[in-house]
Design a protein around this ligand. Structure first.
Ligand SMILES: [Cu+2]
Length: 495
């Protein structure tokens, strides 16, 4: 395709509702112009720019209202002409984008058409314990799991993925991962943010390709310790991605869906990023920054300003090179190596380029450390190719920590090893208080409400935690998926 094609394909999404024999279930098939947006299996050839880059696909959108999410094996060309065997939800890569308004009821059936047990977790949402995707609820091949709960979470960018124990890494790597967007007109309407057609939902992931061009997933040796990384980047499931943009402001909703790789996002033209939101929704104000770090499972929302870009200009969204603390480990695909993620081709003109807001909605109340009634310490350790928290590898039926509902507590995450741990807590958001032993500084993307925080080698990260929504059995775990699958997870009982 020519790079002058306007990005109209975002608004061409079409929803095809089908009645299913099962009853009122509705599925949606996105019919965007890009690869991966199409119904049917595997044969779609990615669209090329003149320099051989592939048009960024957009996930099909689905309202989680009596929705059907069917996971099954499928084939996809990731952009280099090779069909790769993957695990797809509704035959889509990335998995369908679920969009819901705050206060609505989320209802969906997950059908397991893959050969492993499967359960889906709605990462960042506060759902009742039997809706949260704890691995004890994984259903066998051919079975289904019905989800139904009210979404009371703040507007923001969330996501979903497999949470099958020992298999989360493989399932996510092979394709079961999608964005989940909560909208709240009361919070967003007056901000002057870019309209829907200038929204860019992005799932960014790294991949290692075999000699045949197919992604390989073989965590062993150093990959079992560092986590599984690769030297190639997928944007919305495609290699060497580009997308056309107008000289305007865009709202990128970005998930780092990698198993282990940390991205340091920056622009090749040196222009800054404007950070407006993270895991828990909008920050206290917009931050103009040269780069933004995003660890596995973290989300950021960035305003990308192309208003000053020249017609025909190309701007790369990159993961910038950075020095990784504790980097004594010689591994094949090191943390911190630079990667090109997505190229923007600027063209056309617009009468309404948009603006950058100067303020954001007031943050909800955060847990107050002055009210803490208890401190806890969680040490993230590894031994013999296995990983643990406080010396214990995960056991499905063992309750590791009991937390009284409503109490404010201070938790310290300790990392004395050489591997980074993006630590994730289910069923609430926490507040990062302090980093000790490393950079000793909280960056803007770590302020506000967080459900995942990066704990780097040699660091202690103190957070204030309070469960105010649900009682029951939830999880604390490392979101380095090789660590999680091999023991670095705890059962947290909120009583
Ligand atoms: Cu870890």
């Amino acid at each position: 395709m020519s790079e002058s094609t306007p990005p109209r394909f975002w608004s061409r999404r079409t929803f095809v509702a089908r009645s299913l024999a099962a009853g009122a279930a509705v599925t949606a098939v996105g019919l965007g112009a890009g690869p991966g947006c199409r119904a049917g299996t595997g044969s779609a050839a990615p669209r090329l720019a003149s320099d051989g880059r592939n048009l960024l696909p957009m996930a099909p959108e689905l309202r989680p209202r009596d929705a059907l999410l069917r996971a099954a094996p499928g084939m996809r060309d990731l952009g280099r002409g090779v069909q790769a065997p993957l695990l797809l939800v509704n035959d889509a890569l990335p998995s369908p984008l679920l969009r819901i308004q705050r206060g609505e009821t989320f209802s969906a059936r997950m059908e397991n058409g893959i050969e492993d047990p499967l359960i889906l977790h709605w990462h960042g949402l506060t759902a009742p314990e039997d809706m949260d995707g704890h691995p004890r609820f994984a259903v066998p091949t051919g079975a289904h799991y019905d989800y139904r709960f009210e979404v009371n979470d703040r507007a923001g960018t969330y996501w979903y993925h497999s949470h099958t124990h020992h298999m989360t890494g493989r399932h996510t790597y092979r394709g079961i991962a999608g964005l989940l967007i909560v909208e709240d007109p009361a919070e967003e309407a007056s901000l002057g943010l870019p309209p829907r057609e200038r929204e860019l939902p992005l799932v960014l992931q790294d991949r290692r390709l075999g000699e045949d061009g197919v992604p390989v997933y073989e965590p062993m040796g150093p990959s079992m310790m560092n986590g599984f990384m690769g030297p190639e980047a997928l944007a919305n499931g495609i290699l060497d991605a580009f997308t056309p943009v107008e000289p305007a402001v865009y709202r990128a909703r970005i998930l780092n869906g990698s198993n282990a790789r940390i991205f340091r996002l920056g622009r090749s033209d040196g222009r800054p990023l404007v950070l407006i939101a993270n895991d828990g929704g909008f920050l206290d104000r917009p931050y103009t920054l040269p780069y933004v770090d995003v660890a596995p499972a973290e989300r950021v929302e960035l305003l990308l300003d192309f208003r000053e870009a020249a017609d025909g200009e190309r701007v790369m969204l990159q993961s910038l090179e950075f020095e990784f603390p504790g980097g004594m480990m010689a591994v094949a695909y090191q943390q911190g190596r630079p990667l090109d993620l997505l190229e923007f081709h600027v063209s056309g003109r617009t009468s309404d380029p948009g603006t950058i807001p100067t303020s954001l909605p007031t943050l909800p109340e955060l847990p107050d450390p002055a009210r803490s009634v208890r401190e806890r310490r969680f040490e993230f350790n590894s031994r013999m190719m296995m990983h643990n928290i406080n010396g214990e590898e995960f056991e499905m039926d063992r309750i590791d920590t009991e937390v009284p509902f409503g109490d404010t507590e201070i938790w310290t995450f300790v990392n004395d090893a050489n591997y980074p741990h993006p630590v994730h807590l289910h069923a609430t958001h926490f507040r990062v208080l302090e980093r000790i032993g490393g950079r000793a500084e909280i960056y803007p993307w770590e302020t506000g409400r967080k459900d995942t925080v990066l704990v780097l080698p040699g660091e202690r990260v103190r957070v204030a935690v309070r469960f105010t929504d649900e009682r029951g059995l939830f999880l604390l775990h490392c979101h380095n998926l090789e660590h999680e699958d091999h023991g670095m997870m705890q059962n947290i009982l909120v009583v």
